[in-house]
Design a binder for this molecule. Structure first.
Ligand SMILES: CC(C)(COP(=O)(O)OP(=O)(O)OC[C@H]1O[C@@H](n2cnc3c(N)ncnc32)[C@H](O)[C@@H]1OP(=O)(O)O)[C@@H](O)C(=O)NCCC(=O)NCCS
Length: 199
């Protein structure tokens, strides 16, 4: 039997932060890469729980929360909200000289100080965006499909006409999964792809 899929509940934030780190190196455990275990999730999980908790869903099995999907229907509005009330506190907590230059933590801190924004041509057609991460014990059993479908239904109900995401080219499994779920490549960079689909 698959995991139970339900809305994220307050109090599960730390579990999601841990899943983010345990899947944060192109789909596999990133614990050894980062000195600060919360840093990745402060970028890829925290603001979604704060600004779009209604779209956050989790997969739960007998041992607890083991996967999540997060998304926002309007990426441009979300980026503006983060600029107003997410990044400023993090920039104070993580000054640019906090970690050794070129270290993985330093690269994330650089993102906090200069967050990349989605391209206008992508958000015009695909205004929503998402993140999905499942612990190994949930992977490959249909729970990713069910979590993603739940999110896409919610984004469509919120009025989004399309959705995009970023994925590392090293993460072949995720690229295959997204293709299977109807996403196609819309932008290619040296190490990553932007994939998207209409809703
Ligand atoms: C990528 C991930 C979300 C996929 O979820 P999953 O639960 O493993 O995938 P599912 O079992 O639900 O697969 C859904 C469908 O995609 C297909 N699929 C999955 N991986 C595939 C691949 N690499 N190539 C082709 N098809 C694939 C499955 O066969 C299935 O097809 P079907 O439902 O039509 O039979 C999950 O493995 C994961 O969280 N991995 C680690 C973190 C990660 O990489 N996150 C993405 C970061 S961008």
């Amino acid at each position: 039997m698959g995991a139970t899929i339900r809305r994220y509940r307050e109090g599960e934030r730390q579990a999601l932060y841990e899943i983010c780190l345990l899947t944060g190196d192109s789909g596999v455990d990133a614990t050894a890469l980062y000195r600060d275990p919360d840093l990745l999730a402060e970028v890829y999980v925290g603001p979604y729980l704060r600004f779009a908790p209604e779209h956050a869903h989790v997969g739960v099995d007998d041992d607890g929360v083991a996967g999540y999907v997060l998304g926002v229907p309007d990426t441009v509005a979300f980026e503006a909200e983060c600029e107003r009330s997410w990044w400023p506190a993090l920039r104070e907590r993580y000054p640019t000289d906090r970690f050794a230059e070129d270290s993985p933590d330093w690269r994330i801190v650089r993102l906090i100080h200069n967050p990349p924004t989605a391209s206008p041509e992508v958000v015009e057609r695909y205004p929503a965006h998402l993140h999905i991460d499942l612990l190994p014990r949930l992977q490959g059993r249909g729970d990713g499909r069910r979590l993603l479908t739940t999110l896409l239904d919610g984004l469509a109900a919120a009025g989004a006409t399309g959705v995009h995401l970023g994925v590392s080219l090293l993460n072949e499994r995720a690229v295959g999964f997204y293709r299977r779920m109807g996403f196609g490549e819309v932008q290619a960079y040296t190490h990553s792809l932007v994939m998207a689909r209409t809703l």
